[in-house]
Ligand binder design. Structure first.
Ligand SMILES: C[S@@+](CC[C@H](N)C(=O)[O-])C[C@H]1O[C@@H](n2cnc3c(N)ncnc32)[C@H](O)[C@@H]1O
Length: 501
């Protein structure tokens, strides 16, 4: 699919591929919160899936592992001499060979290099880090952005979380590394809205002026003029407009609590207040803000409410849909255009041809409650899975497996393979996702038992087609008959809407 640079757009895909197409110096502020250790893709409901491939899924569920792709990436980076992080990665290879950390830092080095290219001369970049990786990332950032452009290591202190007794001191903060493109970044002072003047400061503010060792300090010119004092009596007259000090590098902002109104239940969601502060500090109205790992769009909303233009990128199609639904629409705005996401049969067919894995992930994401299989090769034809919620005790089979095919025409062979997979994997059901609707109408036979929940019975193999998805208002419930499912990210019961996070 053709990617075009366009502010106020959401992009589905790997941010590397998308940012590579952006013009040089086109973005004024980049905020990124990439996934790390703590961000497992799925809830541990898969532990009890009963699937024979459970172990495999769990291995790939860990976002960072050393594999062939990591080895190729490290090699590629070592050859990419124009990337200043090339030497840092080569050094890491000597120090932590074939490790998860090398996999992660090399992945970030490729992307941070592109971010440097697209950042404007007055631009800044805020890199939200995991404490296990922040020191490695700082070296990569020093190489790419230059140590002279390192501005701050911001400590985001979550003051609403209490420390607990444990082997280590409880973690109560995150690190955010701030670098600028040049020595002259946009830099607006930020004042803490919870700041309260001390009694002395309060008196000063009320009076409008004060004397110090013969000097005069004017806080409020109007109040001072009313006092009738003669300024010329003083050797030094200072004007101080705000008694309130600007915030330092420790930001005290509560972490989202489970009942917070802004909570969308996206597993790694950050508070709006945090990103609002970043946007205000390092951009001006009309500037373009980019979040290449947008998640549920905290940065997007912060930019929107501060009259900035914004671009969000995420590799999960449902995250992109969630941003439009919960971050843009509530502000009375038209949904942002989505690039990389099929919008009709033509674009779906094109995606299936040009990027089959991306097509698979997108197709699986269309059914509420299903997650894509992170393993793409040697996946036994299992492209996604879901879990039944509250299965009857006597039912061992809890998983529903999904197989996707982007080929046109009859898919009988795929149907037979899914049939065998459901049996071999001891899954409860199977869903075949095809491009054309014709497959759904065929009465192909199978020998599997249906799944019974109380009085309801569900067919063990069902077909879902992209063609019907577009035909029936993009509502999977009009095509499939499914029992209640567990949300793969939270383990809770999946709600009936597509955006139940
Ligand atoms: C830690 S979360 C970001 C959370 C976000 N700050 C928020 O408040 O919602 C990281 C996000 O990066 C996405 N992601 C991971 N790899 C990506 C890639 N290569 N390109 C774009 N997005 C990616 C994940 O799907 C996830 O939504």
């Amino acid at each position: 699919m053709n990617i075009q640079f366009q502010p106020n757009t959401l992009y589905y895909g790997d941010c590397l591929d998308i940012m590579t197409t952006f013009p040089e110096k086109s973005v004024d502020l980049i905020c990124l919160d990439p996934p790390f250790n703590s961000d497992r893709r799925y809830n541990n409901i898969f532990k009890n899936s009963g699937l024979k491939t459970e172990a495999q899924i769990k291995a790939f569920d860990d976002v960072w592992h050393w594999d062939e792709a990591s080895a190729e990436r490290v090699q590629r980076l070592k050859n990419a001499v124009a990337n200043p992080a090339s030497k840092v990665i080569a050094g890491f290879e000597g120090f932590i060979p074939k490790s998860k950390m090398l996999s992660y830092t090399s992945y970030m080095a490729e992307r941070l290099f592109v971010m440097h290219r697209i950042l404007s001369d007055t631009g800044s970049i805020y890199l939200h880090c995991d404490p296990y990786a922040s020191h490695y990332l700082k070296l990569v950032m020093d190489a790419i952005f230059g140590e002279q452009n390192f501005r701050n290591e911001i400590v985001w202190f979550y003051n609403n979380r209490l420390a607990r007794k444990s082997k280590n001191f409880s973690r109560l903060h995150d690190i955010i590394l701030l670098y600028s493109k040049t020595r002259n970044p946009t830099n607006n002072p930020i004042y803490d809205e919870n700041w309260k003047p001390s009694p002395t400061q309060q008196r000063r503010l009320e009076r409008g002026y004060e004397f110090r060792k013969g000097d005069l300090i004017i806080y409020d010119e109007k109040k001072f003029n009313e006092s009738g004092i003669d300024k010329s009596q003083y050797a030094n007259v200072y004007y101080s407009s705000a008694d309130q000090p600007p915030v330092g590098d420790v930001w005290i902002i509560p972490i989202l609590n489970p009942m917070a109104k802004e909570r969308l239940n996206y597993p790694t969601q950050k508070p709006l207040k945090l990103y609002d502060r970043i946007v205000k500090a390092s951009s001006n109205p009309g500037d373009l803000v980019l979040d290449p790992f947008a998640g549920c769009g905290t940065t997007v909303e912060a930019a929107l409410i501060n009259q900035r233009n914004v671009i969000g990128i995420d590799i999960l199609p449902f995250a992109i849909r969630l941003i439009n639904e919960h971050r843009i629409k509530p502000h009375g705005k038209e949904p942002f255009p989505m690039q990389g996401i099929p919008v009709d049969m033509d674009t779906a067919t094109q995606l299936a041809k040009t990027a089959p894995f991306k097509f698979q992930d997108w197709a699986v994401s269309l059914i509420n409650g299903f997650a894509a299989n992170p393993q793409k090769v040697g996946d036994d034809g299992i492209d996604g899975f879901g879990m039944l919620f509250n299965t009857p005790d006597n039912l061992e089979r809890k998983a529903i497996i999904v197989q996707v095919t982007g080929a046109s025409g009859s898919q009988k062979a795929k149907y037979d393979r899914l049939h065998a997979n459901v049996r071999n994997e001891n899954a409860a059901m199977g869903i075949l996702i095809t491009l054309d609707a014709q497959n759904a109408q065929r009465n192909w036979t199978h020998t599997l038992e249906s799944v019974k929940f109380g009085a309801s019975e569900y067919p063990p193999i069902q077909c879902f087609s992209v063609e019907e998805y577009f035909r029936y208002d993009q509502d999977p419930n009009k095509i499939l008959k499914l029992p209640s499912l567990a949300n793969p990210w939270t383990g809770k019961q999946m709600q009936p809407t597509l955006f139940d996070f």
